[in-house]
Write a protein of this length. Structure first.
Length: 166
């Protein structure tokens, strides 16, 4: 009887340990993806960021328009982004309608909200240094399969809003 209980406890430990390791790997993939997106963004590698966008975003915004928009944004503000850190990751966060509309209902995907923190230095009349905390949305198509793909979910309407301010 004692051997059976011990064997059961060992089996449960192995199963639980495997689940913890898998969850840790999943978290690391999301952290690495978002960190790389923000490193590319901070380095003004806007074409690389665009390449990671969810396909329906690419249908609405061309790479050239996105790159020009972001380049202008950085230049207008003399924007510098440093000290990038990833925080909490939430599964299936509530999305605003404009983001929900970018996601087809029939697709095998999972959405994550990933907290990102960074220092932004910019000029708006005077030089500002601010710590920014916000949520970045990541779509994982075919999550945890060999065909897995991670995409940035970004609201292209921000380009229109920004354009009206100028």
């Amino acid at each position: 009887m004692t051997r059976s209980v011990l064997a059961l406890l060992i089996a449960l430990g192995v199963l639980f340990g495997g689940s913890v390791a898998r969850a840790s790997d999943d978290r690391m993939r999301l952290e690495d993806f978002v960190t790389q997106i923000y490193l590319d963004y901070a380095g003004e590698s806007f074409a690389t960021v665009y390449a990671a966008m969810y396909p329906t975003i690419k249908e609405r915004v061309s790479e050239q328009d996105y790159v020009e928009f972001q380049r202008g944004h950085f230049e207008d503000l003399s924007l510098e982004i440093t000290e990038i850190e990833v925080g909490e990751i939430r599964e299936e966060p509530r999305l605003i309608r404009s983001l929900r509309q970018l996601l087809p209902d029939d697709e095998d995907r999972q959405v994550f909200g990933v907290e990102i923190r960074y220092k932004a230095s910019f000029v708006r009349g005077t030089r500002y240094n601010q710590r920014i905390t916000k949520t970045v949305y990541v779509v994982a198509a075919n999550w945890c399969t060999e065909r897995e793909a991670l995409y940035l979910l970004w609201d292209p309407s921000s380009m229109e809003e920004e354009g009206t301010d100028q």
